[in-house]
Design a protein around this ligand. Sequence first.
Ligand SMILES: [Zn+2]
Length: 320
Amino acid sequence: MVQIREERPDDAAAIREVNDRAFGQDQEGRIVDALRANRAAMLSLVATVDDRAVGHIMYSPVRIGDVTGAGLGPMAVLPEHQNQGIGSALVRSGNEKIAQAGCPFIVVVGHVAFYPRFDFQPARKLGITCEWSVPDEVFMALVLDERKMRGVAGVATYRTEFHMDVHELHVRQAIELARQARAAGNHPFGALLAIGDRVLLTAQNTVMTDRDPTAHAETNLVAEAIRRLPSDEIRRSVLYTSCEPCAMCVGKMYWTGIRSIVFALPSSELALLAGGDFLVPCAELFARAADPVTIIGPLLIDEARDVHRGYWPPRGRFAV
Ligand SMILES: [Zn+2]
């Protein structure tokens, strides 16, 4: 007997398994985890059979101009439970709850043989296009509130958690900047600021060459951004860093207006290599901020750890 219910805190691992196995890759599961971590999911439903999760659907905010609606997806059903109506039950139940919440529209990237049965139609017909280059027919929309949607058209933009490929690209460059910092005689940390796939500024740690213990890659980057970029551009940008930022850098980023960060190596891993010193997970600090800050990470941990290999003395702490 299939039951549909809202996600509970202890469902996370089972949901990850459903997504990983349904898609045969980890990309969708990582997006779901990141949306949950940032409290960005509008709705997350689980389909269970005998109390075991066999299907999952998540909705998150999608913007078209000034109007915010819902993006359906990822939606996943375990391979051995597909073609049993579980996906349909998830979509029906999810769409109903989203409509009840007063959401003006739902968009989905999905199969043309599946979603039209829930009244989705090609979004292009409504003047709505997807921010990703997908074939027109697979991007579909369902208008829930005609009045709010009057005159609304343009590009539908998903949450930044969906852009894992771009995030990985930039994080990899931040790790490369860390490598360059090390080659220059500094601590192995790098950071950059980007909007979409456009890199605005890059920076490296200069603690040794500047003889300044506060010259972290992120502080250097943010100081440069303040000098060179308009504040609205800083606010729209994402800060990428080779390692989870420290308390000092978290404060500086926040006061500068940065509201999205992506990091590679978690600070707990750095502590194993370099010593614990002043260790606070950045999510704990940002959680106390008035404005929400989107955090994605850790990413590419092995590559990020590699830059530190052989750098820190065996006992962890370094001599300045
Ligand atoms: Zn720092």
